[in-house]
Ligand binder design. Sequence first.
Ligand SMILES: [Fe+2]
Length: 291
Amino acid sequence: MGLLSVKSAEILERLNQHRIYQDPINRVNWLRLNLDDYWLPEEALSLYGITEFMALSPEQRKALSHFEYLHFLEAQIWLEGLFMERLSLSASYARKNIALLKYHLNELREQAGHSLVFAEIIQRSGLPRVATRFHDLGWMNWFARHSSVDSVTFWLTAMLSQEIPDRINRVIRQNKNTICPAIFDVATFHTVDEVRHISFSRRMVDAGVKELSSGRAFVIRFILQRMLNQFADAYFYPEPGLYDFAGLVPGRSWASLARKNPHRIQFIRQHLAGVLHNLQQVGVPLTWRPR
Ligand SMILES: [Fe+2]
């Protein structure tokens, strides 16, 4: 029996309720978007903690925070795009289950709204668009596109790709006094919406892992471990060109400083601890080690 078919209409209806839809684009005060404030807290930056970073002026640190935030937005646009592809396809699959169809359409509308806000920020920033490695991540792109939308692998991928960025939004929200108010607005609405999305993914995973044989669980763990390695590397270590854009030249030297930065490794470990704990709880123990 597929995962989607085991979800009762009652649970789905509950998830569909209490949704007073507000277009995310109207949940941001765009007049407050500015380049004078930080877009990410300093401790979330790839170079934070090393001597060379501490020697930078506040203006240079802020410029780096704008580009590293835009880098995270590119990750979100890529992830939400993959997710929306599958949700729109499953709308046809879910035709016989009206509660599920409504849930998927609600989530599709919300994710489209989020990505629209991200595109708006990129455009309004007036900054060049940063290059990323997300589209080259073979494991994640393949499984997000080809695993069945009612398989546990799909929902574990969703869980991983929702929980890691969600924690960045929480870090932003802990720094209200130093973060650009419009970016704070974005982190707020995204955290609120993701609570529902993550909860749905976890329900799907919980329902699916119970039916797994130990052989299948082993294969899934292998796949997820590779996805985590690839994604964490592309997510937490920006491309050299980003540092060039931020005025830190040559970007290649700064990118290699970030790779060797022990504070970054510590930040990633702390960041992933909760995500890995949740995966362990559902029987998928993974580890992260710096490359
Ligand atoms: Fe989203």
